[in-house]
Design a protein around this ligand. Structure first.
Ligand code: SF4
Length: 378
């Protein structure tokens, strides 16, 4: 199969969100557990015999959401709730909501009232990830979640099952990192939009199938490797929660290329693996506490502003595009510090305010194109 035909299959998953989990349910007769946003240990859900399904918003009607969530909540959570209210998630048997910010805390209570599922859990995460107490807290929370999943499934999550799930997820992350490396070296080989669609699809379909397709895609791209180049494109870093709306990536693709990010639905999702040498729960805790920094989790040893400066230098990027969702308080609070740190390091940046769920990209186009021109692009 050609690379284009394979990439199309990832788009099919993302554009028809319920199809992959429904197909899995039909074939396996199993239960699907959704998780909101990111930072939920999918390996535990998988090891319990369920299909983890990432809910990261999308195009939906917001009219029914307004009755439950104020219009000044972020559009990521508003669109997730909208999808549920419009019965687009009726294949879910359960849901795990990570408590990352005030909005997710609110959504946790609201979701139970409007769309109660047989299994609903919260997942609590420490904010200051390098405090001595954080690892203890994280480990206790993982144990609690494991027990809760065991009660719902009716059987124990064995160490062997958990290790197998960790290996499966590590393998999938490793394959996606290979794709990122390929894109970084030869940006013309696979567009930014295609690349990030592959990541998004991995949250919405069985990892086994995703890895299988991805291996084929990598192989097809290796064969094409000398055909496309694009190595002279202007290189930028993207920072923010999610790459929305997806058409933004087309604008970036037409002017330059993304060589690094800290997006929840981007490289941050796959950047690090779970250490298979350690006790599995301790290793899951360790991974969570050492992930790429994000507005909701602060690290004094690896603050995000310094992480961004280092990333720009390491990737030889020319600038940073902040993609901030309107009303995302954690990102907005941190922005000034990030901008200042980049300025001090002589790195240009621009901030684009975006929304999830069908916003027009035309205004953003002008700003992104102007930024690339300023960086010396076409
Ligand atoms: S961190 Fe921002 S984008 Fe994520 S749920 Fe909270 S407010 Fe929304």
């Amino acid at each position: 199969m050609t690379a284009n035909a394979l990439v199309k299959q990832f788009y099919d998953v993302v554009n028809n969100p319920g199809n992959a989990p429904r197909e899995w349910q039909k074939q396996q007769g199993g239960r699907v557990i959704g998780w909101l946003k990111t930072d939920v240990p999918e390996e535990l859900i998988h090891a319990a015999g369920f299909l983890p399904y990432g809910i990261v918003g999308g195009k939906t009607k917001f009219s029914r959401v307004d009755a439950h969530l104020q219009s000044w909540a972020c559009s990521l959570m508003r669109s997730c709730l909208g999808i549920a209210l419009n019965d687009e998630l009726n294949f879910l048997d359960g849901l795990i909501i990570p408590h990352t910010c005030d909005t997710t805390r609110m959504v946790s209570g609201i979701w139970r009232q409007i769309h109660l599922l047989p299994y609903m859990e919260n997942f609590f995460l420490p904010r200051q990830v390098d405090r001595a107490s954080s690892k203890m807290f994280m480990l206790a929370e993982l144990m609690r979640l494991k027990e809760s999943l065991e009660v719902y499934s009716g059987s124990a999550i064995t160490e062997e099952n958990l290790r197998n799930s960790i290996a499966l997820y590590n393998e999938n992350r490793g394959l996606m990192r290979l794709l990122f490396a390929m894109h970084e070296k030869t940006p013309g080989l696979i567009s930014c939009r295609d690349l990030y669609t592959v990541v998004r699809a991995s949250m919405m379909m069985p990892k086994e199938t995703h890895s299988h397709l991805l291996e084929q895609l990598l192989q097809a791209l290796r064969i094409q490797n000398n055909v496309y180049q694009g190595r002279d494109k202007v290189r930028v870093i993207i920072s923010g929660p999610v790459w929305e709306p997806p058409e933004l990536m087309d604008i970036i693709d037409s002017k330059g290329t993304v060589v690094g990010d800290d997006l929840l639905t981007g490289f941050r999702y796959i950047a690090s693996d779970v250490n298979t040498e350690e006790e599995p729960l301790a290793a899951l805790a360790e991974r969570q506490l050492n992930r790429i920094p994000f507005a909701c989790f602060d690290s004094t040893q690896n603050p995000r502003r310094q992480f961004l400066v280092n990333l720009v230098r390491q990737k030889q990027a020319k600038g940073v595009i902040f993609l901030h969702l309107k009303f995302c308080e954690p990102e907005n609070y941190d922005y000034y510090d990030h901008k200042l740190a980049l300025e001090k390091a002589g790195i240009p940046s621009t901030r684009i305010e975006t929304e999830v769920g069908g916003v027009s990209v035309e205004q953003m186009r002008t700003r992104i194109e102007a930024f690339f021109e300023m960086l010396g692009g076409i």
